[in-house]
Design a protein around this ligand. Sequence first.
Ligand SMILES: [Fe+2]
Length: 560
Amino acid sequence: MPRRPAPPIAGPLLTRRTALRLAGSGLIGTSLIGSTLATPFIARAAGTAATARQAHWRSGDPFSLGVASGEPAADGFVLWTRLAPEPIGNDPAKPGGIDPRIGDIDVAYEIAADPDFRIIHRSGAVKAEAAYAHSVHLELSGLAPNRPYWYRFTSGDAVSRAGRAVTMPAPGAPLDRLKIAVACCSNYERGYFSAYRHLTDEQPDLVLFLGDYIYEKVLSPGKAMRPHSHGAIAADLHGYRDRYAQYRLDADLQRLHAELPMLITLDDHEVQNDYAGEWSETFDTPQHFLQRRAAAFQAFYEHMPVRPSRARPQGPDMRIYERFPIGDLAEITMLDGRQYRDRQACYGPPDRGGGHLESDAACPERLDPARSILGMAQERWLHDGIADAARRGTARWNLFGQDVLVAQFRQPQEAPRHDFVYSTDRWDGYPASRARFMQQLHATALRNPVVLSGDIHSFWSNDLHLEAGNTASPLVASEFVGTSITSPGPDYNTLTSWLPDNPEVKFFDSRERGYMALDITHDSLTVHFRTISDVTDPKASLSTLRSFVIENGRLGTTSV
Ligand SMILES: [Fe+2]
């Protein structure tokens, strides 16, 4: 994104040697070279009342899960790492990571103006918190806008890999071009993360992740290409932590996080398939399910570059939705379509847990205007933000990143019935929420709105009209859906046969795995549907299936 030379940075100059010496001061105890235990030897800083400790690593790499940056602003970002020399436990009952009874551990950090760490702009110490699996979430501010920084962490004599982070141009500041990659649905059991590798090779300015970063479930024995750890469903804190650790040990995903900043929201599989608010698809009581959701959110937080000032979970609650302005070119609104939603319409035993198909005749509840996919508080926040963005008019493109398909997609029933059924798990399950969203975009005439969606493991290019399904009503926004990193798509021929009943869908293909690459200028937004050759091949190659462009000020897409 920065298309201008990086300005020189004023600030304290600190050499790596000095930083490491400072980080190691107060360390007492003797070296335990030769030990096979991948645990830290912990020493309290002499003469201080510090509660955090400094570690001398006996063996193993405490930074085995890498580093990450996220939520870039004009003056800073959040940096992440986690101390975990043995990140996956030996069995489901014994989690990986460091024993929490050891307490918090001090980690030193350096922020450099150059990739060789010759000019250290800032350094200090931050706690790896025992209560959060010894993860580090370092929020930095006061940095220069629109430029890259490089960072690394040190614990005792161990140094992390170097990461690259960026600051954004100030809201409204001139920006000529922005490249964004959009990914979702990466099931480790379904194949290799070649899509992540090619995405990173493109070096976009920013990555949007739209949900299903992990899958909590497991495939039947013998079906998984790369089995989930212990072959166990993740349903408690140990299980979710091990799942994230296993994914983060993947070299392609680890490199993505080290090199690219990410904005991230969740879908269902970070917690449980098709969950809705406090409702489980397996009919657990809300009281029981919210304990599971709390564990899932905690493990998510422990492994993601999200800001603790907003996203640190409070029990089963975790604030993820947020707005991210990027110069005068874009504003990105990330939504949470799972945590606050009403439960799916006409939900109930014996076989209607989670998402299912309903007709209007059988399920009038689906149409109830009191129901919401975002929850009314988030809807108000969304609508206020749209009105405010429209009034300011500073962003040329207004992007909305969220988890599930927004466009109506109806499915004809078999004869003798001739009505349609709708999924209760997507925005189709909450048509009143969708109508209010479209109405607000239309009423405020927000500039160039584009919705980006995940979940359905297929590429889509959709027109979003004021009235869903009525292409004679005003066109309000465009929607792009970016298939999946690995998860298999729905049946191509079946869904294609329903396209004549869904004129808002301009393009559909469920046969490919990959991601979306957006190239944004003041004149146009181009989206490329990138595909990998074979999800079972760790060396899969990349191609482009289709590309679409939206011209500034003109609703609707053109295939290019
Ligand atoms: Fe998915």
